[in-house]
Structure formats: structure tokens, C-alpha cells
Design a protein around this ligand. Sequence first.
Ligand code: 5GP
Length: 209
Amino acid sequence: MKMKHKGILIVVSGFSGAGKGTLMKQLVRSYENYALSISMTTRKPRPGEEEGREYFFVDREEFEDKIKSDGLIEYANYCEHYYGTPREYVERQLERGKDVILEIEIQGALKVKEKFPTALLLFVMPPSVAELKKRLEGRGTESKEVIEKRLKRACEEAEGIEQYDYIVINDELEECVKEMHSLIQAAHYAPFRNEEFIEKMRKELAALG
Ligand code: 5GP
């Protein structure tokens, strides 16, 4: 089918510990045409995280300056830290026809949906709560107190799942990556993401008389 695709925004949310980060890295590695947005945050880097790879790590003042200069598409407060999506990279990649992935929490996801109605919203779930707890504890990078806060937050986030387009269960990594890719590919063919193409076809048909 000859239909020129514009890049779409893909918002991926999910409980802390659901494995979103690993999934996204694997998705970008496995297929062309994805660009992963790197967020800005005021939380401190975890061991193994690098500036400009997982996040741009900044202090509160720098973050607030970015808000004031309208440099973020959205931002939210999550467990006492700011997280936000820098505007410039996302807009540039969309213009280049890339599908841009934002791995963000639910408040941000809903703001993106408001600003970009054609965004695709995916919610990643672990196979069970027991598995979620195991993954969070097994990560060994957060204190008991932080893990408790994140599980509490998961409970709140679970209330908003119906606002997403699809849920994806992260049981087996490769399977899940394939599933996400298929969902994203299918989303490109929704009529509301192809209004220009449909309009052009209608005009040409009408011109036939
Ligand atoms: P973590 O501290 O585990 O890296 O991230 C905590 C939460 O913040 C996750 O749910 C993650 O998806 C979300 N998050 C990361 N970047 C952004 C962002 O730019 N905006 C928003 N709203 N949430 C983000």
C-alpha cells in the first residue's frame, strides 16, 4: 500500500518495575524508524545510569527554567521529583517521519493525548503483582521506602489504565517487543491518522465527476 506515513507519538506508561526501560531499548534496537525521547529529571542517577542516555539529570532550578521557556511538551511530579519531555528532539524526529517513543507516567501521558490527539497510548503491565514486587526488589537500586512509594503509586496509576489504547503484558521480553511493534504498525493505518491521504483520495474521486 502506498501511503506516506508521518511519524506518530507513542506514549508508553506502566508501573515502576514493569520493565518499560528494557522493553523500549530492545524495541529501538530491533526495528528501524523509532526514536526514543530522553526525558529531563530532578531525580539522582541510579548506579549504571548515564547523563544523556537514560535521562538528562538536572537540578530543580534548571528544570523550572525549562518549564518557563516552554521547552517541555509535558512534565509531571512523580514521587517527589520532576520529570519532563524536552520539546525540540521530539518535534525534530516527528518531522523526519520517525515514530517517537515517550516513556512517561500517566499524568504526562494524558497531557500528551490532549495536545497530540493522534498519539498512541500503550500501558505495560507485569504478568502479576507478585512478579512486579520481585522485579522492583530484585533491581536492588531503590530503598525499601522508595519501593513502597512506587507500589503505592502503581495502585493509583492502575485506576487510569482504561484511558490507554492498549495494554501489553511484559512476560517474555522478545514476545512483548514484537507485540508492541505490531500494535504500533497497525495504529499507522487508523483512518484518523491518515486524514490527509483520505482527503486527497476523496478530492481525486470527486474530480472524476
Ligand atoms: P524512574 O525514576 O523509574 O526512571 O521513572 C519514574 C516514572 O517517571 C516512570 O513512570 C517513568 O515512565 C516516568 N517518566 C520518565 N520520564 C518522564 C517524563 O518526561 N515525563 C513524565 N510525565 N513522566 C516521566
